[in-house]
Design a protein around this ligand. Structure first.
Ligand SMILES: C[S@@+](CC[C@H](N)C(=O)[O-])C[C@H]1O[C@@H](n2cnc3c(N)ncnc32)[C@H](O)[C@@H]1O
Length: 216
């Protein structure tokens, strides 16, 4: 049986702003609990308002490790005003720019999981460039352009420890199904072709891969 979050954690996940459906959330949680056994941190690229972070934080708590979550909190292309995924509540009225950090902080506090998470606020490639710690799990759910998705893969996949997991969200092999581009699909193919990662499972648009070789 895969590990499942406590009912209150699942309720907090389902109540949080965000995009991840419950079946994918459960797969994310199970992968995070399993990877956490390596005793290394779990890292997410793409915090948004903390929906998926809740599950990573709870898995980190169970494993006695820390969950890290990276976001500049200014939103992806498709979340900007005028786009399908825009939520006006995420706009800072003073600056007129998106700022999802306050909602993220409230969400994690209300879920009682604040102390299990370190939020890294900044651009993913800039943080990856100075990162040096091996990771048990990397979950890529950041920008959906080829530029951003490739940079997330190139910046973070090298840090996945031997036996650790690489998760990629919004993988849509059929262009008919995709709403935000197929860049995550291309990253998924690249990871498989690298010979460094082996597919473990598929749930909806979430892919779980394990590092079984070196490189990326
Ligand atoms: C799809 S949302 C993440 C959803 C979240 N994982 C969830 O389940 O609710 C993508 C997030 O990636 C962030 N993002 C996009 N490009 C980024 C970059 N280059 N560096 C840091 N964050 C980025 C956006 O600000 C946005 O909050």
């Amino acid at each position: 049986m895969p590990a499942a979050p406590k009912p209150e954690t699942l309720a907090a996940f389902e109540a949080a702003k965000g995009f991840m459906p419950t079946d994918e959330g459960l797969a994310l949680y199970a992968a995070a609990v399993e990877a956490g056994r390596l005793g290394l941190p779990l890292l997410e690229v793409g915090t948004y308002c903390g929906r998926s972070t809740i599950l990573l934080a709870d898995a980190a708590r169970a494993a006695g490790v820390t969950a890290l979550t990276v976001d500049h909190h200014r939103g992806s292309e498709e979340q900007q005003p005028g786009w399908d995924y825009h939520d006006p509540e995420t706009v800072d009225p003073e600056l007129g720019l998106m700022d999802t950090l306050p909602t993220f902080r409230r969400t994690l506090h209300r879920a009682g999981l604040e102390e299990h998470v370190v939020a890294l606020v900044g651009r993913s490639p800039q943080i990856a460039a100075i990162w040096g710690t091996p990771l048990a799990l990397v979950f890529i759910d950041g920008g959906h352009t080829d530029e951003h998705a490739s940079a997330d893969y190139e910046g973070w996949a090298p840090h996945v420890a031997e036996g650790g997991l690489l998760l990629i969200h919004d993988v849509f092999p059929d262009p008919v199904d995709e709403f935000t581009g197929q860049a995550p699909y291309r990253v998924h193919l690249r990871a498989l072709r690298s010979g460094a990662f082996t597919e473990v499972s598929t749930t909806g648009s979430l892919r779980v891969l394990r590092r079984t070789g070196t490189g990326i």
